[in-house]
Design a protein around this ligand. Sequence first.
Ligand code: HEC
Length: 241
Amino acid sequence: MRAKSAALLVLSLAAAGCARLDMQDQPKYRPQRPSDFFADGRSERQPVEGTIARGALNEDTEFYTGKDASGKDIDAFPVAVDKAFVERGQQRYDIYCAPCHGRIGNGLGMIVRRGFKQPPSYHIDRLRTAPVGHLYDVVSNGYGAMQDYAMQLQPRDRWAIVAYIRALQYSENANVNDLSADARTKIGQATTAELRDALAHEPLAPPDTDFTNFPAVPATPSGVPGVNGAGAAPSNQPERK
Ligand code: HEC
């Protein structure tokens, strides 16, 4: 009797051993799992030496690094710059750079006013005359206390931002003689009504007078769904991060 049940057990184990292979049990390796099949113990093969991922052949050194073959910062844009390109740069600048450098590049962005290290104004002589390759390099690799923006910004957008910084610099240093004769005669002729109209279309941001007495511990405003969930009683506890 005992021998019989042992034999039954062996039989049922054997049957489990050659069970069919279901799709959820695939004989595959998950990424980065070890393997004893290959001599190096990795399940993944290394790409053949010299392999370049599709779209990653960064042949144009000036475009990708902002430097020429001798490693010097270039001073001419390696891309065509037109109005649309500068406007793209303005849009990216306002997102990624203005929080510290300010909308006009004076280095007084909101993060700086809240205590971050103040960057130099773009309108100082050193940065006005800095080659475009230097500005591109700062975005790509960071500079001192500033982190790099290589992850957030593709090379083309970095150049667009550099083009916009040049426009900002020009806006603070333009010479009346750069205007056409026709445009020059119009200066001083703008009526108050025209100025008011221009302001109505693009109003100036109101001066921020409250940043000096910003509370050290921001309170969760009542009625705002916060840590306590929507509709919870207003809490005077600081919001948890
Ligand atoms: C979090 C704040 C912050 C942001 C955002 C930021 N910067 Fe900066 N930036 C700084 C600070 C601070 C410095 C000064 C660093 C130092 O000297 O240690 C600086 C310096 C610079 C300089 C001057 C380098 C030099 O030669 O002196 C340039 C140019 C510059 N940033 C461009 C940019 C651009 C373009 C962006 C957006 C893609 C950007 N920064 C985003 C904080 C920031």
